[in-house]
Design a protein around this ligand. Structure first.
Ligand code: PMP
Length: 445
């Protein structure tokens, strides 16, 4: 086999060894869904079918698949400098990327810590928050506040502040000192909302009760997704993020926005922070930073937080944290090329311009049987389905499976379907997504 030939396609007996993440492995082995190529808005299957990608891979391939400038940049970087140790050594692409990200982020979010995934980004941000308070002589501030229905990856920090029971229950007691704000969704108040719901801004005030319970002097940080993505596209109610920021300011708490999903154009801006005009103390990112091509994540940190940690003798390490692959040259090169593409093709503005058409198209499914709610914001939408009482989750899973056969990738989580197409999607392709999904939903009662 030539050195650069694609991996051979798996036969039915080759599906045993890979223990797939967040997957019903036994069902998968009985009926696998395989993709073996991708270009633009489409995946190719081993049997030659073209499948429209309705979810940007996994909310990450915002520039579409197989984009030549990104591929070229990765190739060139691999030939030039394949790896550089990030502990005590640097390389140009990492510094260039950090500068570009700091320029994209609002306010004085000017320092960038690089890692390899959203989960690592979250754990990094939580650790920076704790180290920050210790450096400031307020080491009692160790409590962390997340939110119900929050998803912050699968590290022990992320599942502690995250609000998904299924992701925590099997894994012991987890981190101590965690509280959760209530989630912001109420079907009775918000069903079939396009954009940010009018109702729910007051839910941020629950932070006051948590502060009252523990005292602000014990709390390090609050972490939320500006828009909760994985648990069903829950846009922030109007005024909610502003109130959360004001309360964090009142009590001196750090505010972290987990923008792993919302970063890089999903809501029509570089970051949701920009869309909502609220500047957090840290932003976590991953996924679309390089359009999902090479694993990468990171944290963008406000200058005063960073400055507080730049203490001690100059030869001494300031933060005892990092990863062998922090700022990996291939990931950085891919990210620089991706940021160029976002800029040159004005893809964030494109997402903004497409938002009404996308919202209207998905909302047109409203009358179908068994649909409890539809939410859309930016180029993200969720469809809540009435669960089958005997088998929660099966309806959405079956729709996802049948949609794949019908030529469309959608995401199923519980009984919610998510649609998050690449930002290069055309209006006719938005129509195609809905046209392919509609008969499948009708047929899956
Ligand atoms: N935070 C958020 C908001 C996410 O949506 C995700 C992934 N969907 C993560 C963190 C974890 O990212 P990763 O899977 O890259 O670890």
């Amino acid at each position: 086999m030539p050195a650069n030939a694609p991996a051979p396609l798996p036969g039915p007996n080759d599906l045993g060894a890979w223990w797939m993440p967040f997957t019903a492995n036994r069902a998968f082995r009985r009926k696998p869904r395989l993709v073996s190529g991708a270009e633009g808005m489409h995946y190719r299957t081993p049997d030659g079918r073209s499948v429209l990608d309705g979810i940007s891979g996994l909310w990450c391939c915002n520039a579409g698949h197989g984009r030549e400038p990104i591929v070229r940049a990765i190739r060139a970087q691999a030939g030039e400098l394949d790896y550089a140790p990030p502990f005590q050594f640097g390389h140009p692409a990492a510094f260039a990327l950090a500068g570009r990200l700091a320029a994209l982020a609002p306010g004085d979010l000017d320092r960038v810590f690089l890692c390899n995934s959203g989960s690592e980004a979250v754990d990094t941000a939580l650790k920076i928050a704790l180290a920050y308070w210790q450096a400031r002589g307020e080491g009692r501030r160790t409590r962390l506040i997340g939110r119900e229905r929050g998803y912050h990856g699968v590290g022990f920090g992320g599942i502690a502040v995250g609000g998904i029971g299924a992701n925590r229950r099997a894994f012991g007691p987890g981190l101590p000192g965690i509280d959760h704000l209530p989630h912001t969704y109420d079907r009775a108040q918000q069903a079939f909302t396009v954009g940010e719901p009018d109702w729910g801004g007051h839910l941020a005030d629950a932070l006051e009760r948590i502060v009252e319970l523990h005292d602000a002097s014990t709390i390090a940080a609050v972490i939320v997704e500006p828009m909760a993505g994985s648990t069903g596209v829950l846009p922030p109610p109007k005024g909610y993020l502003e109130r959360l920021r004001a309360l964090c300011d009142r009590h001196g708490l750090l505010l972290i926005f987990d923008e792993v999903i919302t970063g890089f154009g999903r809501l029509g801006h570089a970051f949701a922070a920009e869309r909502y005009g609220v500047v957090p103390d840290m932003i976590t990112f991953a996924k679309a930073v390089n359009s999902g091509t090479v694993p990468m994540g990171g944290v963008i940190v406000r200058e005063p937080v960073h400055a507080a940690l730049m203490q001690g003798p100059e030869h001494a390490v300031e933060l005892f944290h990092g990863y062998t692959y922090s700022g990996h040259p291939l990931a950085c090169a891919a990210a620089l090329a991706t940021l160029d593409l976002y800029r040159d093709e004005d893809l964030f503005a494109r997402a903004r311009a497409l938002e009404p058409a996308f919202g209207q198209a998905v909302m047109s499914l409203r009358g179908l049987p068994g649909i409890l709610d539809i939410r859309t914001v930016g180029l993200a939408a969720a469809i809540d389905l009435a669960p089958r009482p005997d088998a929660p989750g099966l309806r959405a899973f079956t729709i996802m499976d049948r949609a794949f056969e019908a030529g469309l990738v959608v995401r199923a989580a519980g009984d919610t379907l998510a649609l998050t197409p690449p930002l290069i999607v055309r209006e006719d392709q938005i129509g195609e997504i809905v046209d392919r999904l509609e008969p499948v939903i009708r047929a899956t009662s």
